[in-house]
Design a protein around this ligand. Structure first.
Ligand code: SF4
Length: 462
């Protein structure tokens, strides 16, 4: 019987049935290129740790199991689980976004003891970059040393070391097994039938490709009190100041049309023989969208729903292409859902500090456009919260003041944003230690002689 590699993935809830491309691709590559089977286990925030552990051992066996952890989203209970499994003899591997910076810890943690020290104790090693780097290690039944694995981060002679990582290879991204997702159950893993998936068209974000020098304001409030000192912090940023993936991935360019079509063809189908809804992973999707839909139509593939994520400025700039795409969607009977637009704020002061790269009027132009398109293409275009969209709205932030609150409330009221644009719950500004704002916090701490608490990999400013 084949041994099973288990990949644990952070999920929103135990009942979720969406499929994440990264872990499913990783599992497929392992199955196709090694002697192991590989399954993905979705661990919801409400999952019971003991049940998860029992399920993992049931799947992986007790003979030196190999367990990957991906997309942990700062969930320290998963790091604790990894540490327990490692202590009991498992090989635990941290992968996915921020694996490198979370393994290595926050800049300067050795001399600033309140900073996040990293999770090297919980994992045998970490892997930055594509999973195919692990294939020789797995084919050695886990005997190869991490020193020989490209992209590996590990400890040697008491020091944390990082090997150079390989680039993404397009060929590895085209085949995805969507049928090996499970959730932990009381009497063993339960298969999850994936009802929505992801297709990658572009790796990383073009906005994060360029380094820019910016000047961010001191906070207006910190740790629940007004922050009275005024000043500016100069930083070099790549992308939005709060974005933790931009620095990690940079911009890796676009995949070929053939690769994107291969992924679409590989998606599961619904009861009507149409491909299940999928998110097109492309931060700037509009310029190529009509061409993609045309190609899908020409090969006779039937789609149900395509979800887009876009910055507000790229929506406005791509209006013509989006209209062309919607005309095609109408002919094809496809729904295009703008599932997330990165509005983030309705205050110029806060947009500037988030380094969004555009002002409030761009957000308002994008909102006007998406509403107008709903009138023109009522059956084929969706964008509202009621349709399942969850647009970016970061609130509260450390730059909130009476003035910004007034400014935002007046915009929200005047443009009726509560009826279709605002998400059910806003998300507070999350500062991951390795995002641009991590540098902002550390500079503030040094200059002003303050220290902010760390909650695992997140810096608490509230
Ligand atoms: S938040 Fe979005 S637009 Fe901003 S850098 Fe990150 S991926 Fe790019």
């Amino acid at each position: 019987m084949k041994q099973v590699v288990v990949i644990l993935v952070n999920y929103a809830g135990t009942e979720e049935s969406y499929g994440l491309l990264g872990p499913q691709v990783a599992a497929t590559i392992i199955q196709d290129n090694t002697d192991y089977e590989c399954v993905v286990v979705a661990v919801g925030h409400d999952a019971d740790k003991d049940t998860v552990k029992k399920n993992v051992i049931q799947l992986a066996g007790s003979n030196r199991p190999i367990i990957g952890f991906s997309n942990l989203g700062g969930r320290s209970e998963l790091w604790t689980l990894a540490e327990e499994l490692k202590a009991e003899g498992a090989i635990t591997i941290l992968g996915g976004p921020q694996a490198n910076v979370d393994y290595l810890g926050e800049v300067g943690w050795e001399s600033h003891h309140h900073r996040f020290p990293g999770v090297s104790d919980s994992f045998t090693f970490a892997l930055h970059g594509p999973v195919e780097q692990l294939v020789p290690f797995l084919n050695s039944q886990g005997k190869e040393e991490p020193d020989a694995i490209p992209g590996a981060l590990f400890i040697r002679s008491g020091k944390r070391r990082a090997n150079e990582r390989n680039d993404w290879e397009e060929d590895f991204l085209t085949r995805v097994d969507w049928g090996n997702l499970y959730r932990p159950g009381p009497s063993g893993p339960e298969p999850v039938s994936v009802t929505s998936a992801q297709v990658v068209q572009q790796i990383g974000c073009p906005y994060a490709a360029r380094k820019v020098k910016v000047s961010l304001d001191y906070p207006a409030n910190l740790r629940g009190s007004p922050f009275l000192r005024k000043g500016k912090v100069s930083l070099i940023l790549q992308g939005c100041s709060f974005c933790d993936v931009a620095r990690d991935k940079g911009f890796g360019g676009a995949l070929s049309l053939e690769s994107v079509l291969a992924q679409i063809n590989n998606l599961p189908e619904d009861a009507d023989g149409r491909k299940i809804p999928f998110e097109l992973i492309n931060e700037a999707p509009l310029s190529t969208l009509p061409g993609l839909l045309l190609a899908v139509r020409e090969q006779g593939t039937r789609l149900s729903q395509l979800n887009l994520v876009s910055r507000a400025d790229w929506l406005v700039m791509g209006e013509e292409k989006l209209r062309d795409a919607l005309k095609l969607a109408k002919v094809m009977g496809v729904c295009i859902l703008l599932s997330a637009a990165g509005f983030e704020s309705f205050s110029d002061t806060i947009l500037g500090n988030l380094n969004k790269g555009y002002p409030l009027r761009t957000n308002l132009a994008a909102i006007k456009l998406v509403r107008q398109l709903k009138e023109e293409f009522p059956e084929n275009w969706s964008y509202s919260t009621a349709d399942g969209a969850s647009h970016g709205f970061i609130h509260p932030t450390p730059w909130d003041s009476a003035e910004t609150e007034r400014e935002m409330n007046s915009v929200i009221f005047a443009y009726g944003l509560g009826r279709d644009i605002l998400p059910l719950k806003s998300v507070p500004l999350i500062i991951h230690h390795a995002c641009g704002l991590g540098d902002w916090v550390r500079e503030l701490e040094m200059r002003e002689g303050i220290t902010l608490e760390r909650a695992a990999s997140i810096i608490e400013w509230w």
